[in-house]
Design a protein around this ligand. Structure first.
Ligand code: BGC
Length: 794
């Protein structure tokens, strides 16, 4: 048992298990707790769902109240029957009909152990969906919602109450170790895709949890990092990504980030959790901390952070004491619990849904394959893709051709039932690979893994063992293969995860990678054959120094459990690629606007805390680039990227025509229409982007900002579709720090219908007659130090 739990994903589960001791019983106790237990005592005590929430709260003792917000079921001896393998459980009070609701990671699939302690002979798996950044690269909200609906159904069938996702922090810097779990450098793309995910999951009666609110844009020392961001950059970029799904989709819960922001810890800040989140945006659910977040439980509860995770005994004691000595009004605690209970009441599991523990993983795997093809991106194509019919034998190079990174590391990791590397995808599609080369790669990887065994769970969480560096292949062998094989496919891989940002070397191409790119290109090109590079990467890498050596570059991100088949579907032309970048690929790392201050300054001599032997080293970071994140910077400062935001090729071409605006003057809404026609020979879809350039008389602004986007349906050659977009007053406005308001300047606004952030196909303007204060907000989150935000040179 001990071994099983050590292997378990959840360090929390393991830590708690160590405290709990004793054996575990059957999972059915959860159902029992909800259904039968309550029936017996119903008469004498109020029941959640039957009595009012107030009556239920009034029936709780102070200790029970404290435990409801700062403990969890797993650490309670009474609750040993819960299926630990499922992760985290909220503290329930069965006699009042309050169940132990399961909270589980994560954004790209359910994070469960395959083996449950009480069922050693059975295996449980979950669908590993394509990573979040791939879903966003589809630019397709309908697709995102469908994926989320299928995912939500799987969660429901496993009895989950709330899933700990989606993650929607901004891709501020390409080295953030968790960017694969997030969507974009742009808050609109990120916010709208997150919104679709929330709608899809919650349609099943399973709650979502937007995380990590807010400004958790790096992993380095996230628990003790002082983050400083101007009010404007916060409102326009970092808060905006959360504001959109909160207002549009009402996620049931939100997880606060671990960092400090402009002074206090975010989980202890009432301006963030009450003034902005609830008073301004109208959030109705409950807020939980990230695991072990913040320091002061009383400040957290008062701020509106309702649940402390994982919940520890010292917090429970502190809460009881604080209520007793009137430092924490009991009404505040009751409000925290009221919010938690209102969410619990909405869950399918509370409503008595009898979950099967047996979701349709086969159907989900099929859908996973389709979804993955929608977000993969063709970056370069020199008349090589899709493979023509003469291609039968493929020389496949690169470790990740044979062992795929389906998803990233950390809490977002998913235990999938099987591997589907690119080699298998290509073989399934009928191509012949070199058996000796395949054996060589597989034994190289196996030997490396044997020589570099993974550490225990905690070690892997904080210091993951790096995967094998790319295997060297002799130039003479490549030369020989170039005569026998019709084409070369070379796969480059990068993995990353929680707690650890990528080092700059991880962004760069290694010497060994450069060598194999050169050797393969030289050999195959000398025979008039082509070279395709497939990128199976968690984060953005450098492409400018080697892209001219190869004929095609295909970005597969982390494609989920059907990755190999999905990649083959696009390379062979079964599916026409339609994904576009939601994050810029810069020419070089130093071009990144946050490169100068990422991850920040650290002070080892000030270290006073640790977590299981890993030191917390206090640090600070100031987002000096202000609002100039991603394309906002590259466009405004004329820095040419390798591949820009919004970019992606297709096997066909699209014409943009008939850009129409509903009026010449803006009043309260503007309708924008544009017609897209497939002018090529292959059916395809196009992600269309609407940018706006606003007047800059009184405020510094990016040259253009994305204001709307949509994807066409599958257009047959010659077919057209007219897309309609709406711009409202808020879309015209920028955040004025002086006025604490969203403010739109009078003047000329230019609408640009683009195929990317640098490829504007049609342009039209309208006027705003008078300055307009669109929305007045509170003065909040003012930095405790001066920040000299970057200004555009215009
Ligand atoms: C992560 C969260 C995750 C939580 C629970 C934390 O370390 O930051 O994203 O949901 O663990 O596993």
């Amino acid at each position: 048992m001990n071994k099983l739990l050590k292997k378990s994903k959840s360090y929390l589960t393991y830590c708690l298990y160590k405290n709990v001791g004793k054996g575990l019983k059957k999972a059915f106790i959860l159902v029992l707790a909800i259904n039968s237990f309550s029936c017996n005592i119903k008469e004498s005590v109020p029941q959640l769902g039957e009595n009012s929430i107030k009556e239920v709260i009034d029936a709780l003792t102070l200790k029970e109240k404290a435990k409801m917000v700062a403990s969890n079921a797993i650490s309670e001896p009474d609750y040993q029957g819960l299926p630990l393998a499922l992760g985290h459980y909220m503290f329930g009070i069965p006699k009042l009909g309050i169940p132990n609701v399961a909270l589980n990671d994560g954004p790209a699939g359910l994070h469960i152990d395959s083996i449950r302690p009480d069922e050693p002979n059975k295996k449980y798996f979950a669908t590993a969906w394509p990573a979040s950044r791939l879903i966003a690269s589809s630019w397709d909200m309908e697709l995102a919602e469908k994926v989320a609906a299928a995912y939500g159904h799987e969660l429901k069938e496993y009895g989950i109450g709330i899933v700990l996702g989606p993650g929607l922090n901004i891709h501020r810097n390409p080295l953030c170790g968790r960017n694969f779990e997030y969507y974009s450098e742009d808050p609109l793309v990120s916010g709208l895709i997150a919104s679709a995910m929330v709608d899809g999951v919650q349609s099943n009666g399973v709650g979502t949890c937007l995380k990590h609110f807010v400004a958790n844009n790096q992993e380095t020392q996230r628990n003790v990092l002082e983050t400083y961001i101007s009010e404007r950059a916060l409102r326009e970029i970092y808060l905006r990504t959360f504001e959109i799904p909160v207002r549009k989709s009402q996620p049931w819960t939100i997880m606060t980030a671990l960092n400090y922001l402009n002074g206090p810890y975010v989980s202890e800040n009432p301006e963030l959790l009450t003034t902005i989140l609830r008073d301004e945006w109208g959030f109705k659910g409950f807020v939980m901390t990230d695991w072990f977040g913040g320091i002061d439980p009383i400040k957290q509860l008062k701020a509106g952070n309702d649940l402390l995770t994982p919940g520890i005994p010292t917090q429970v004691e502190a809460i009881i004491k604080a209520v007793e000595n009137k430092e924490l009004p009991v009404e505040v605690l009751d409000k925290n619990i009221e919010r938690i209970l209102s969410v619990i009441e909405k869950t399918a599991i509370f409503k008595g849904y009898q979950f099967s523990d047996d979701p349709d993983l086969k159907a989900n795997a099929q859908f996973c394959r389709t979804a993955a093809t929608e977000g993969m991106i063709l970056l370069k194509n020199n008349q090589v893709l899709p493979f023509n019919k003469d291609i039968k034998k493929i020389a496949l190079f690169g470790n990740e051709g044979y062992r795929q990174f389906a998803g990233g590391l950390g809490s977002g990791q998913v235990n999938r039932a099987y591997e589907n590397p690119i080699s298998q995808g290509l073989e399934n599609a009928g191509y012949t690979l070199d058996a000796n080369l395949k054996d060589a790669y597989l034994s190289y990887i196996a030997n490396y893994d044997k020589a570099n065994p993974k550490g225990n769970h905690i070690k892997e969480l904080f210091e993951p063992t790096p995967p094998a560096p790319i295997m060297q292949v002799k130039a003479s062998q490549i030369e020989k293969m170039s005569s026998e094989y019709d084409i070369a496919v070379l796969v480059l891989g990068r993995i990353s995860g929680e707690n650890l940002d990528r080092a700059q070397q991880n962004f760069e191409i290694t010497g060994a990678e450069k060598q194999i790119i050169k050797d393969v290109s030289k050999a195959f090109h000398s025979k008039g054959k082509k070279v395709v590079v497939v990128l199976n990467i968690a984060g953005v890498i450098e492409t400018a120094s080697w892209r001219d050596d190869v004929d095609a570059i295909f970005l597969a991100w982390m494609p989920g459990q059907e990755g190999g088949n999905a990649i083959a579907d696009v390379l062979t032309g079964k599916v026409n690629p339609s994904g576009k970048l939601t994050t810029t690929f810069p020419m070089k790392y130093s071009d990144v606007p946050s490169a100068k201050n990422f991850p920040g300054n650290f002070y080892p001599e000030k270290s006073t805390r640790d977590f299981m032997g890993y030191k917390y080293i206090p640090g600070d970071v100031t987002y000096e680039e202000g609002i100039y994140v991603g394309y906002r910077y590259y466009n405004s400062f004329n820095v040419k990227p390798a591949y820009e935001f919004g970019y992606g090729l297709s096997y066909t071409d699209f014409k943009y025509s008939n850009l129409e605006l509903s009026a010449k003057q803006f009043t309260d809404e503007m309708t924008v229409k544009v017609t897209i026609t497939n002018t090529g020979k292959t059916a395809g879809k196009e992600a269309v982007q609407i940018y706006l350039s606003a007047p800059t008389k009184s405020m510094d602004k990016p040259t253009e900002e994305l204001k709307a986007f949509a994807k066409t349906g599958l257009l047959e050659p010659g077919a057209s579709q007219t897309l309609t977009f709406k711009l409202n007053a808020r879309d015209l406005s920028s955040f004025s720090t002086e006025q604490s308001a969203w403010f739109a300047e009078a003047g000329k606004y230019t609408v640009k219908a683009g195929a990317s952030s640098r490829d504007f196909r049609l342009i039209k303007s309208f006027e705003l007659a008078n300055d307009m204060v669109v929305e007045k907000v509170h003065k909040a989150l003012v930095p405790t130090k001066d920040i000299n935000d970057l200004k555009s040179r215009r």
